[in-house]
Design a protein around this ligand. Structure first.
Ligand code: CP
Length: 307
């Protein structure tokens, strides 16, 4: 069997996506009922996180445990692993390959998981590498859209906030452009607009997109309003962060302008970009999205292990 690293959502075909999503109903059953079969019994999964995480680490660990696998885990790996003593990503990946059957890695450096995958003898799953990619998030976001909207084509999707640094945006867009007639709005302060490379990627792939600096005008048109945190940790200068951090804050007045069938998504964690007063609106899908994260990560682990 060819080893399946999960590094970038550009690696997935529609068939891959269909295979992963078709396993989700069974994953929901396994997660809900401790007595059903455990397809990853005997496997051991290492979770190594050099950046903070609530959802990704704990849902991968829950997914592994629900499927019958064991886990070994390092949080704050910059401090709590031998990275603190100067060990390279490559040496850590080689070592973890001696112990575990798969490695789930989050790192602040772009390309870290790919570096690990080049030397690891076990599959590496990128759980976020800097501002680059977060493929399991892209998949769970795509699944949420399919589940909520009933389709993956003919959608208008607005990404709002830190467009420049969002690895969730860069993970979801390559998946959505596999399906026809999707339109994208990238809404950000000018300082956090798309970089030239990403703009070129979109143009090269003939993606229908607009970059704008205001929210109200697009609200009545969108099917998916994808809010994003301004990522303080990506700023070199705290004053630059202060200047843009509150550029787009979603309030109930905005939600009134949305279609009845629209959904509001957010990868979470949120800071203040969605008013908690909105949480009770049926269109607020962000906690359902986090729940889907468990089921989709379970399905992704099965895909990685060829089950
Ligand atoms: N969405 C996401 O990656 O959340 P965490 O940072 O909590 O893992």
């Amino acid at each position: 069997m060819i080893m399946k690293h999960i590094l970038n959502t550009k690696q997935f075909s529609k068939d891959d996506i269909e295979q992963i999503f078709s396993a989700v109903p069974e994953m929901e059953k396994i997660a809900a009922d401790g007595s059903v079969k455990k397809p990853l019994a005997g496997k051991l999964i290492a979770c190594v996180f050099y950046e903070p995480s609530t959802r990704t680490r704990l849902s991968f660990e829950t997914a592994a445990l629900r499927l019958g696998a064991h886990i070994i885990s390092v949080e704050d790996a910059t401090e709590n692993s031998s990275a603190h003593k100067g060990e390279t990503i490559e040496d850590t990946a080689r070592t973890l390959s001696c112990y575990a059957d798969a490695i789930v890695m989050r790192h602040f450096e772009v390309g870290a998981a790919e570096r690990a995958s080049k030397v690891a003898s076990k599959p590496v799953i990128n759980a976020g590498d800097g501002a680059n990619q977060h493929p399991s998030q892209g998949l769970l976001d795509l699944y949420t859209i399919k589940n909520e909207e009933g389709r993956l084509d003919n959608l208008s999707i607005a990404f709002v906030g830190d467009v420049l640094n969002s690895r969730t945006l860069k993970s979801l867009v390559p998946l959505l452009i596999l399906y026809p007639n999707n339109t994208f709005y990238f809404i950000s302060p000018r300082e956090l607009a798309l970089d030239e490379n990403y703009r070129k990627y979109l143009q090269d792939n003939k993606v229908n997109f607009k970059e704008i600096n205001e929210l109200d005008g697009v609200l009545p048109q969108v099917d998916v309003l994808y809010m994003m945190r301004v990522q303080k940790e990506r700023f070199k200068n705290p004053q630059d962060y202060e200047k843009v951090k509150d550029s787009f804050l979603l309030k109930s007045a905005h939600v009134k302008k949305l279609k009845k069938t629209a959904i509001i998504m957010h990868p979470l964690p949120r800071v203040n970009e969605i008013d908690p007063a909105i949480d009770g609106d049926s269109r607020a899908a962000y906690f359902r999205q986090a729940q889907n994260g468990l089921f989709v990560r379970m399905a992704l682990l099965l895909y990685v292990f060829g089950k």
